[in-house]
Design a protein around this ligand. Structure first.
Ligand code: CU
Length: 178
């Protein structure tokens, strides 16, 4: 009887670990190298401005994912623009700009983001990107305006990590207490 109880406990524990790992996988924030590893963030991308819109259309971006803009500092930069300035390539009026490559920009809210290089003429030659960010399963909490950084994504992974330890703690308690 005790043996049966142990077996059941082990099975339950295993199921809970699988659930915890699955939850962790689903909520994990992704990094995306803009334009792919070989092209990166550049002026005169192959095919012009459609290059980055095609690239974006092949991905689904979720809140807390990170865009990695790969470029040589001093040759390019990346800035977040308003829709209007993006469309007009008014790349001097930035919401936020990043001069050091590679630049990591965390997509810290749902909705559309507009990016462009701030070097003269680069936006017009196609170095611009707009992405739509959707709310992931995990974090529907409203977030504030765009900011550079890592904190947003690490708080998300912190949340998944604590969820993970919650499930594993329960699993091990069942395993050892029964
Ligand atoms: Cu540029």
């Amino acid at each position: 009887m005790a043996e049966l109880k142990n077996n059941v406990a082990i099975v339950v524990a295993r199921i809970m670990i699988v659930v915890a790992v699955t939850v962790l996988e689903c909520t994990k924030a992704e990094d995306y190298v803009v334009g792919g590893d070989s092209i990166g963030w550049t002026s005169y991308p192959p095919g012009g401005a459609s290059f980055y819109s095609n690239w974006a259309s092949n991905h689904t971006f979720k809140v807390n994912d990170t865009l990695v803009f790969k470029f040589e500092s001093g040759s390019h930069a990346v800035a977040i623009l308003t829709k209007k300035n993006y469309e007009e390539c008014s790349e001097n009026e930035t919401i936020e700009s990043y001069l050091i490559g590679p630049a990591r920009v965390t997509l810290n809210r749902a909705g559309r983001f507009y990016f462009s290089c701030t070097f003269s003429g680069h936006c017009r030659s196609g170095q611009k990107l707009s992405v739509e960010v959707v709310t992931g399963n995990s974090s529907s909490a409203p977030r504030k305006a765009p900011s550079t950084s890592v904190p947003a994504s690490s708080s998300a992974s912190l949340a998944s990590t604590s969820l993970f330890s919650f499930f594993t703690t329960i699993a091990f308690n069942i395993l050892f207490l029964l």
